[in-house]
Design a protein around this ligand. Structure first.
Ligand code: AMP
Length: 512
């Protein structure tokens, strides 16, 4: 089934419901949303694009995003979402690798593109009159698509090697959307999906369950994440749900605290995409109440590996509550999770190994890379590269990415465990723990810490904190204070960049 059929159905069932809003201003209802997508689909077919062709999107969060998505799907095309913060050369690489024939962009973003790789692509400025003209023609119904046909070609952030195109099919996206209802949240009439995180990532894919349920789609006027704007929109629009990376949650909670607010109007904040430390989620729930749900996913299985429900997040009387808070919850309905050793042999509960995932939400493979596909999907399981453990109740704890694991003197040290301890210090705002090569031990532990405003960190105190909570060999041998941690465009801490920092003289060093 073509995923665009979901919009056609919603337009039939809820034609007059508000569909797309810019801030609090309603732009159009579901009947107009479907008409625009159907007309764009017709125009794309008229331009000679055929089902399976790739169409790239390089846009800030904007109202056009949604109609272009559904217009492209309607024409049977494969959408290639590109993070607008990427360097023009990175954009050109994605355009060339995906063989995109058309690029929807804006005059601001499109102008910097270099020619190499991008020269075979036709550029459409989504703010232009020419674009508006594409929405005026006759509408076409969604082109029939098989469940295994491609719909979304998402380029991984490429922390190792060049970015790879993750092939997501119509079946994958539908599974992810249905899992939203089964494992993440209900969506009621009048609910609003707010796009504060980049729509080119999983946050944008959350439009699908909200289209299915006939909910409102809200694009912040700023086009991104401004805590004050988000809090104000929630107060005005009510029943607002959004995806937020942990750093965004932290900023939102800080802002709500500063304003004496509790996130009034926010129904659900789905967080994930990076580790949420126990102290931070406890603080978030204390300030904003039971508004949170956690998901764990990756480009290869977006938003759909596991979920920690609202109930589990707030069930403080459960004997294993704190343990569960620090987990990423249980397998979502569309997948099975297995923990395996390096040979793929399943490990018993409680033991740490690589997290493997299988099910209808898992990607079909990497675009044009059969060897990488075979390696990552070997034995029919997605090898996530994350290390974790399952408990007897099915809760998954994520230790770290396998490449972030520190091995010192033959012992495994999970940076996250050390980070959780350091975050308990009242003066620590953020922390990232990495390994540094050591002639005797193989690696030694190093902590980069960001103090809270007005605090000075005493390494001896940090050391004492570690010694009270974790084994001596896990404690950092050195603390380096930074004003901020290097992060990627999605707010994830770049541990590779931190490893590269050393032995740079830039960070203010503190020797324990
Ligand atoms: P990406 O493919 O860029 O979305 O990155 C996915 C990676 O982010 C996963 O493989 C995990 O290492 C990490 N990640 C995603 N969700 C969570 C979560 N809820 N908690 C901790 N790490 C996460």
């Amino acid at each position: 089934m073509n995923i665009a059929q979901l919009l056609v159905r919603s337009a039939q069932v809820f034609p007059d419901r508000d569909a797309v809003l810019l801030g609090e201003r309603v732009l159009y209802d579901y009947s107009e949303f479907a008409r625009r997508a159907g007309a764009l689909g017709g125009a794309l077919c008229g331009m000679g694009l055929v089902p399976g062709d790739r169409v790239a999107l390089l846009l800030h969060n904007c109202a056009q995003y949604l109609e272009i998505l559904y217009g492209a799907w309607c024409a049977g095309l494969v959408v290639v979402p590109i993070n607008h913060k990427l360097h023009p050369r990175e954009v050109a690489y994605i355009l060339a690798d995906s063989g995109s024939r058309l690029l929807f962009s804006s005059s601001e973003l499109g102008q910097d593109l270099p020619c190499d790789g991008a020269d075979t692509v036709q550029l459409v400025d989504a703010d232009s009159g020419a674009y508006a003209a594409l929405l005026t023609g006759a509408t076409v119904p969604p082109v029939p698509r098989e469940p295994g046909d491609l719909a979304w070609l998402f380029y991984t952030s490429g922390t190792t090697g060049r970015p790879k195109g993750v092939m997501q099919t119509h079946r994958n996206l539908l599974t992810m959307a249905l899992c939203y209802f089964a494992d993440v949240d209900t969506v009621a009439p009048g609910d609003a999906s707010l796009y504060a995180a980049p729509m080119s990532h999983g946050a944008g894919l959350y439009n699908i369950p909200h289209v299915l349920a006939g909910a409102r789609h809200v694009i912040p006027v700023s086009g991104g994440f401004e805590p004050d704007e988000i809090l104000a929109l929630a107060r005005g629009l009510r029943h607002v749900s959004m995806f937020a990376a942990p750093t965004m949650v932290k900023r939102l909670v800080e802002q709500a605290t500063a304003r004496g607010e509790d996130g009034d109007g926010i129904k659900t904040i789905v967080y994930g995409g990076g580790p949420m430390y126990t102290a931070d989620i406890q603080q978030a729930v204390a300030v904003m109440g039971p508004r949170f749900v956690q998901i764990y996913g990756q480009g290869e299985c977006p938003m759909a590996i596991s979920a920690l429900s609202r109930t589990h997040l707030t069930d403080q009387h459960h004997p294993r509550h704190v343990q569960r808070l620090s987990s990423v919850g249980v397998a979502q309905s569309g997948v099975e999770i297995r923990i395996a050793d390096g040979d793929g042999v399943p490990l018993p509960n409680g033991e740490s190994g690589e997290i493997l995932v299988r099910g209808d939400a898992v990607m079909a493979g990497y675009w044009g890379r059969p060897e990488d596909t075979a390696q990552t999907l070997r034995g029919g399981w997605l090898h996530t590269g994350d290390i974790g453990a399952l408990d007897g109740d099915g809760f998954l704890s994520l230790k770290d990415r396998s490449k972030d694991l520190i091995i010192s003197g033959g012992s495994n040290i999970y940076p996250r465990e050390v980070e959780e301890v350091l975050l308990q210090h009242p003066g620590v705002r953020e922390v990232a723990v990495v390994g540094r090569p050591h002639s005797e031990w193989g690696e030694e532990v190093l902590a980069y810490v960001v103090p809270k405003p007005g605090h000075t960190l005493d390494p001896a105190e940090l050391d004492a904190l570690c010694l009270t909570h974790i084994a001596r060999f896990k404690r950092p041998r050195q603390y380096l204070v930074l004003d901020e941690l290097p992060k990627n465009h999605y707010g994830k801490v770049l541990k590779t960049a931190l490893r590269d920092l050393e032995p740079s003289p830039n960070p203010r060093r503190q020797q324990p």
